[in-house]
Design a binder for this molecule. Structure first.
Ligand code: RM4
Ligand code: NI
Length: 287
């Protein structure tokens, strides 16, 4: 996935973000993130979404993102942020070739090879002090701070790995683990989702769950399901030759016209227009 860098994309230079040429790490909190146009970086970027929501397009693939999602972007990867609602995130910028230590020392090359995953709210709480410490160390340029920052980064990676989600159909855990609910919705968005039943499985009333979910993400579980379905439809329209009706059914809509109506409202284009637009962009990037 994500293998189509666009031509003429703005490239963010390392010199703008790293305190010294020797530094391997920098922390750039976005509290909140403002809409940001398509760009790539001279460095790697670990994006940890803390709260709020919005659209992030990565190399042509749209993602409706919200709390607990983690993205790992390689130097050539292009991304942009738009339609944001109080989206808060931390960017950890990384230049492994400048590091003294092996930044994969956590034994998990996979964490950086795997480029999109999710952690629960417990993990977000646990990594907070580590990110703060990492940020402090990167503001200093002495050799000890450099080493300290690198070990904190390894620790951060380990925590992200420890809390990474179990497969979709694993038993649903305790309430308040909203990330798991999001993951459940994502994996079941093609089906009818019974929120009443789901709330019971999380040991909460639907009202309670809706409120907690909205506080963390800025959208209700219903809205999240809707955006997730539109998201899936966008991917299918851009990446497959399936008909609009097939895509409608595959994305949990049981009526093609209703799907087109919803899609146009959400994306500002009809499904066919959207498909043409992605196709044109793809052709341009091949030339
Ligand atoms: C922007 C946005 C970008 C990031 C830069 C450093 O606000 O978060 O993704 O690359 O900051
Ligand atoms: Ni970026």
């Amino acid at each position: 996935m994500w293998e189509r860098p666009l031509p003429d994309t703005m490239k963010l230079p390392a010199g703008e973000f790293f305190r010294s040429d020797a530094q391997a790490l920098a922390v750039e909190p976005r509290d909140p993130q403002s809409p940001f146009p398509m760009h790539n970086h001279e460095f790697e970027e670990l994006v940890i979404i803390e709260s709020g929501n919005g659209w992030q397009v990565i190399n042509d693939e749209p993602f409706f993102v919200t709390c607990g999602e983690v993205f790992y972007l390689r130097p050539g990867d292009c991304h942009e942020f738009s339609s944001l609602q109080d989206l808060r995130l931390t960017n950890i910028l990384c230049r492994p070739h400048r590091a003294t230590f092996n930044l994969d020392a956590g034994g998990d090359a996979e964490i950086r090879a795997n480029r999109h995953w999710q952690v629960n709210d417990e993990a977000l709480r646990e990594i907070k002090p580590i990110i703060e410490a990492l940020s402090r160390e990167t503001l200093r340029v002495d050799p000890l701070s450099k080493l300290m920052a690198e070990t904190l980064f390894v620790q951060l990676n380990l925590l992200l790995r420890r809390h990474r989600f179990a497969p979709a159909n694993a038993k649903l855990p305790a309430p308040s683990r909203l990330g798991h609910l999001m993951s459940y919705i994502r994996h079941n968005c093609a089906e009818e989702v019974d929120f009443d039943d789901l709330s019971r499985r999380f040991g909460a009333s639907e009202r309670h769950l809706t409120r907690a979910f909205r506080d963390a993400t800025g959208v209700t579980p219903h809205e999240f399901l809707f955006k997730t379905r539109i998201n899936r439809a966008m991917r299918a329209l851009g990446g497959t030759a399936a008909s609009v009706t097939e895509i409608a059914y595959d994305c949990g809509f049981n009526d093609g016209n209703y799907f087109s109506f919803c899609f146009s409202k959400a994306a500002g284009l009809t499904p066919s227009e959207y498909r043409r637009k992605v196709k044109r962009r793809g052709e341009r990037s091949l030339n």
